[in-house]
Design a protein around this ligand. Structure first.
Ligand code: PXG
Length: 439
């Protein structure tokens, strides 16, 4: 770290080994397009779009100027019983990108809040229709749905749940995850094996009875648990079972939304339409925090009953549709559309897949997975030290000017959608060199 006067004693860092970090801090001080600049003046190519969120690359002028203009005009206005134009414009832009029939947008400030909002909307929907017994949720092992109590309950990451109490939200059950090295290692794109795992939903439905189940929530592509593309036919089976039993299907598209798979949402990529979509991150290109739930019209309509003067949904955040976040969203979504960014990035899907699968013979590599503009390289864990090998790779890559993201012993790549072949070459050449040096 360059600045000896910077006091590191007070910022309690999220999802970070705080004491280890303080021993050897890694500081980023500015960014442009595909690169960060570190505090010692090095260019670091961004292999993971920040945290899967800077989809159009860093510090895009069009977005920054819209944010500055909004700050000069209206810093804040309430959206409880009041309105301001930018929130309505942002909602319209989000709805334009969503699958047909999903035109209602509820704003939150993060992915975690959008997940909690979606779960609550599902409960309110069933109750409004006189099916208030539908209160259970089905999540999935290895699912990540943020860190609210709702999200960690339906999520399936043991360490995110362990120290926060055994029960969490009551009435939650989990589908099995779809990761299987024996059956599907080194699959390119969607694994052919595993769609039968979606049929487990029938077993859970029979166990709990449909009349008690509100919603199923999954990431169409699990991201932070190591990049797990859905097996061929898997999402279709979930959709069919939910339809059969009147259960809402929620796609958590916090990572897969806004072009990560070359389409606005994974729903369009897989041609499976959920009832609710959670999104965040790329909605503002990560410039200003924002999350959203996109709802099918029938869900919204079911809640628009009762006396007109009555608040229909007792839920919302002070900053739902915050003017500056809304301005950032409008500018971001305009930028995506005007530059045709999602379509333009599609040729890089094969390029990242080729580069990633080119790593399969390197030491300790036990799997390579990819879909859209996402790739993952899973390393064999060191005996008794899960995560140590990938952590070492991440640190060494950073020292050589490449930012990668790790989860357990999986290295995840999800560059901004403006990535070019030369960036991919730099990322994968560096990663390859690093993997050859790690025992
Ligand atoms: N759902 C999904 C699918 C996510 O990936 C969240 C919800 C929560 O979003 P917020 O905005 O509350 O953090 C996420 C967040 C990683 C990584 O590297 C992934 C996330 C966040 C930080 C790191 O895997 N995903």
């Amino acid at each position: 770290m360059n600045d000896p006067h910077l006091n590191l004693d007070h910022f309690w860092m999220p999802f970070t080994a705080n004491r280890q970090f303080r021993g050897k801090p890694r500081m980023l001080v500015s960014a442009k397009d595909m690169h960060y600049t570190s505090d010692d003046g090095r260019q670091v190519v961004d292999g993971c779009a920040g945290l899967w969120c800077v989809n159009a690359g860093h510090n895009r002028e069009e977005i920054l100027s819209a944010i500055k203009a909004q700050l000069d005009t209206l810093d804040f206005a309430p959206t409880f019983q009041m309105g301001h134009p930018m929130a309505f414009k942002a909602a319209e832009k989000v709805a334009e990108l969503a699958p047909a029939g999903m035109s209602k947008v509820f704003f939150a400030n993060s992915g975690s809040e959008s997940v909690d909002s979606a779960l609550k909307i599902a409960l309110a929907y069933h109750r409004a229709r006189g099916e208030g017994t539908r209160t259970k949720f089905i999540g999935r092992e290895r699912g990540y749905h943020g860190v609210g109590f709702g999200g960690i309950s339906v999520g399936g990451i043991p360490l995110n749940r362990k120290v926060f109490g055994g029960q969490l939200l009551p009435g939650v059950d989990h589908l099995p995850h779809t990761h299987n090295l024996r059956e599907a290692a080194f699959s390119r794109g969607q694994p052919k094996w595993g769609s039968h795992l979606a049929e487990d939903l029938e077993r859970l439905v029979a166990l709990h009875d449909p009349s008690n189940i509100a919603a199923v929530i999954v990431e169409p592509v699990a991201g932070s648990t190591g990049v797990l593309p859905p097996p061929v036919g898997y999402l279709e089976t979930l959709r069919a079972i939910c339809d059969k039993h009147g259960i809402l299907l929620i796609f958590d598209e916090v990572i897969s939304g806004f072009g990560r798979l070359g389409t606005p949402f994974a729903a369009q990529y897989f041609n499976v339409t959920p009832d609710l979509i959670c999104c965040a991150k790329g909605i503002t290109n990560a410039t200003i925090p924002m999350g959203a739930v996109i709802a099918k019209d029938f869900i919204y309509d079911a809640l628009m009953n009762g006396p007109e003067g009555l608040i229909e949904l007792f839920h919302g955040y002070t900053y739902s549709g915050h003017p500056v976040a809304a301005a950032a969203a409008v500018a971001t979504l305009d930028l995506y559309r005007e530059t045709g960014l999602f379509e333009a990035s599609r040729p890089m899907h094969a390029a990242i897949a080729d580069a990633a699968h080119g790593m399969r013979e390197l030491p300790n590599v036990i799997d390579v997975r990819n879909i859209g503009l996402i790739a993952a390289i899973e390393l064999k864990s060191r005996e008794g030290k899960p995560g140590a090998r990938a952590y070492e790779a991440m640190v060494k890559c950073f020292e050589r000017g490449v930012l990668v993201r790790i989860t357990g012993d999986t290295i995840a790549l999800s560059p901004p959608l403006i990535v070019g072949q030369s960036h991919l070459d730099e990322i994968f050449d560096t990663l390859g060199d690093v993997l050859r040096t790690i025992d």
